[in-house]
Design a protein around this ligand. Structure first.
Ligand code: SF4
Length: 456
């Protein structure tokens, strides 16, 4: 049954209010930022999309810690996210009062350098129904289809590290939108090997319940689908979605319909930091979602300046487990957008993962990582070791286009600076089959949903 009780008192934050470049100066917190920081926000947000909301501003950011506060870094653009000369160019245009078109043109030039659309997503994974491509869908692994509903291509706030930013700046060619829920059903019916459907975005929970239901209705008609996954950051950025939004109960009833149909419903909750689970409303959202029979699995990339410590991860996983969520994945930040600002070398990612994992109780050791969603699959860094006297990364695929590669340990030459799969070299000839490059060398692609990201 959908819970009616225990709703937090309605507060001023119950109505969603987006905070963007155009209205940030009307927020009381804006004046707390020093002028240099304000200029940086206005400059970088002319290039990268910026959106946060009143709940994040009022409840999650600790303004006494700004600019180092993790939630501030997660949603506010910073000068170092752009190359210095790019930053100066846009800043100088703004200072000089340049025309909007001139600023936009400079911004487009910079965006083009930031690898906004890791391309294999477009070319390698698009499925077909009756000979027609379905651009709102990806089928990379045998048992899982990713679906990008056209109505779910935005988010309650934008993460500064997110490679999906290209979708938010109005470039239609980059959208995977597909509103044809019927096409999804037909594809699933023609592919009974698909047991899992992952709704992703953007954020599918941005949709009204009645819109989301049109997609779910079609999926529920397909018997071979056993698990419905929803990749969402709403549990962190806007937990009101499940508590006080006008159609919160309708959404929870849809969840119940899925679980009552005998299918498993998994919310792939994108939690970057334990502070996102510190508010009463975020915990109430977890309780209500779980009361529908759905599970919440927690996943996040490891991001410099935001969660780059073992303490942060252990805290997140222990807190989540206490609330009944399942720690699932730690991802490696990928090669797009402001990667150089956020990335960490793989060796460091592994050290942080290991140190956090060692502090967990067994119930929280469900988590895997650090994992790269790269072209051939999900590449898991198992550790650093020595093989025949040579230092090496020990790796495995948790998921792969070629299922025969899964869970077979292999080795790469140790490189303390490597931060992604395609920077690694096989340790020996026997490791070479595991180093698969995309056919188009300029498209170092991956399939991830918007939150990783994700568990495909
Ligand atoms: S990580 Fe998820 S919530 Fe954040 S901007 Fe990307 S798609 Fe949106």
């Amino acid at each position: 049954m959908v819970r009616d009780n225990a709703a937090p008192d309605p507060s001023t934050h119950d109505r969603y209010r987006a905070v963007t470049r155009t209205n940030i100066d009307r927020c009381s917190q804006w004046q707390r930022l020093d002028p240099e920081l304000r200029e940086a926000v206005m400059t970088v947000s002319a290039v990268l999309p910026f959106r946060t909301n009143a709940y994040v501003m009022d409840e999650l950011i600790d303004w006494d810690r700004v600019p180092d506060d993790p939630m501030f870094r997660l949603t506010f653009p910073m000068a170092a996210m752009l190359e210095e000369h790019d930053y100066q160019r846009v800043r100088d245009l703004i200072r000089a009062g340049a025309e909007k078109g001139e600023i936009e043109s400079a911004a487009n030039t910079i965006r083009a350098k930031l690898n906004p659309h890791p391309a294999g997503q477009m070319s390698h994974n698009v499925p077909h129904v009756d000979g027609e491509p379905i651009p709102g869908m990806q089928h990379k692994y045998r048992e899982t289809v990713l679906f990008f509903p056209s109505h779910g291509q935005t988010c309650h706030a934008y993460c500064t590290f997110c490679f999906r930013w290209a979708q938010f700046i109005g470039d239609d060619d980059l959208k995977f939108a597909n509103k044809e829920a019927g096409q999804l059903r037909r594809y699933l019916e023609q592919h009974p090997e698909v047991t899992d459907v992952l709704f992703t975005g953007g954020d599918p929970m941005i949709m009204k319940a009645k819109v989301f239901e049109t997609y779910i209705d079609e999926v529920l008609r397909v018997e071979s689908v056993r698990t419905v996954r929803i990749g969402t950051k709403s549990v962190a950025y806007w937990p009101q979605r499940f508590v006080t939004d006008a159609d919160a109960r309708d959404m929870l009833r849809i969840f119940e319909r899925v679980t009552e149909s005998g299918k498993h419903l998994a919310l792939m909750g994108h939690y970057n930091h334990a502070v996102e689970l510190s508010t009463e409303i975020s915990r109430e959202a977890v309780r209500r979602i779980r009361a529908t029979g759905a599970n919440i699995r927690m996943q996040s990339p490891l991001i410099r300046h935001i969660n780059d410590s073992a303490d942060a991860w252990a805290d997140l996983w222990v807190t989540g487990t206490q609330l009944g969520c399942v720690p699932y994945y730690m991802f490696v930040e990928r090669d797009t957008g402001a990667k150089s600002y956020f990335e960490l070398p793989l060796a460091e990612c592994w050290e942080i993962f290991q140190a956090a994992y060692q502090r967990l109780p067994g119930t929280a050791r469900t988590v895997r990582g650090p994992s790269m969603s790269c072209f051939p699959g999900k590449c898991h860094v198992l550790g650093v070791s020595e093989v025949a006297g040579e230092k090496a990364f020990v790796l495995e695929f948790l998921q792969a286009r070629d299922p025969s590669l899964v869970r077979r340990p292999f080795f790469a030459k140790f490189d303390p600076t490597a931060s992604w799969y395609d920077e690694l070299e096989p340790l020996s000839a026997s490791d070479e089959p595991f180093f698969i490059r995309p056919e188009v060398p300029t498209t170092p692609l991956t399939v991830r949903d918007g939150h990783d990201l994700v568990a495909n």
